[in-house]
Design a protein around this ligand. Sequence first.
Ligand SMILES: Nc1ncnc2c1ncn2[C@@H]1O[C@H](COP(=O)(O)OP(=O)(O)OP(=O)(O)O)[C@@H](O)[C@H]1O
Ligand SMILES: [Mg+2]
Length: 305
Amino acid sequence: MVTQEAKVQTVWETKLPLPLAGRGKVRDIYAVGQDKLLIVTTDRLSAFDVVLPDPIPLKGKVLTQISVFWLDYFSKMMPHHLITADVSKMELGAALTPCLELLEGRSMLVKKSKPLPIECVVRGYVTGSGWKDYLKTGGVCGHVLPKGLKQCQKLDRPIFTPATKAVEGHDENIDREQAAGLTGPDIAKKAENYSIELYRKGAEYAATRGILIADTKFEFGIWNGELILIDEVLTPDSSRFWPKNQYEIGRDQPSFDKQIVRNYLSGLTWDKAPPGPKLPPEVIEKTSLAYVEAYEKLTGKKLRA
Ligand SMILES: Nc1ncnc2c1ncn2[C@@H]1O[C@H](COP(=O)(O)OP(=O)(O)OP(=O)(O)O)[C@@H](O)[C@H]1O
Ligand SMILES: [Mg+2]
């Protein structure tokens, strides 16, 4: 369904004439031949793991173009899945021609890999569930941390805290031995090293653009026998983005994007079970602007809308 909102066309769900390989909370994924995937990022927004009923204008374009930015930024560091994000180069066939305008800016043609069964989480600050864990255990996911850390304090070194990829429900934290059991020790070690390095380099760059990346989740896949970076990369959906000029330790931080929605939802009596509540137009508009601002701040470029 495509709706017209605030003059910007939003994409809620796509129905392309290609075999559907999967529909996640945010992405529609199609098979292109045997060895490629077309990943289309819609404007759906999920909060507390529930997809809310309103699309956020431009969100899918922001997430796609931030991922494309980072894949290019990291391309000398490690191989990745992106073939092209330019619809005119995708060669999807004549049946797709009427859909190209809708796909432009929000789609990636990628190498189809075998995703590792783990989510590679890296944390550079102690926040969220990590902060709760620290208060209880003095560490985060088994990493022992110095005493006396304050909420949202930067860690001396980023830590790797892998999780399972739950098909349904919440991902579960696992320790590095369990991760090694799921992927094999060599691959787990490689994935850990890459994750830390990608986070370090990405966070360092983002800080120069006024954004602190507090933590993030990477995914890797095996393609042609080699480990490659897949999925979305260092986006506000896969990471916590904090405005650097508002950062203060000892309290929760405002986030760039979903904070507006979270604040609105926290004022409601909603039990976090589907269906999610509808959002007022001003919350939708502010959220859309916040996503676009994250892109423009990070890249220094105008969004290709
Ligand atoms: N190059 C690739 N090869 C194979 N699978 C990929 C590739 N890139 C991404 N994926 C997979 O595509 C999916 C991305 O879709 P999406 O983010 O919407 O779903 P999800 O993260 O699994 O679930 P949800 O967002 O609903 O929690 C992920 O399962 C990811 O592992
Ligand atoms: Mg995902």
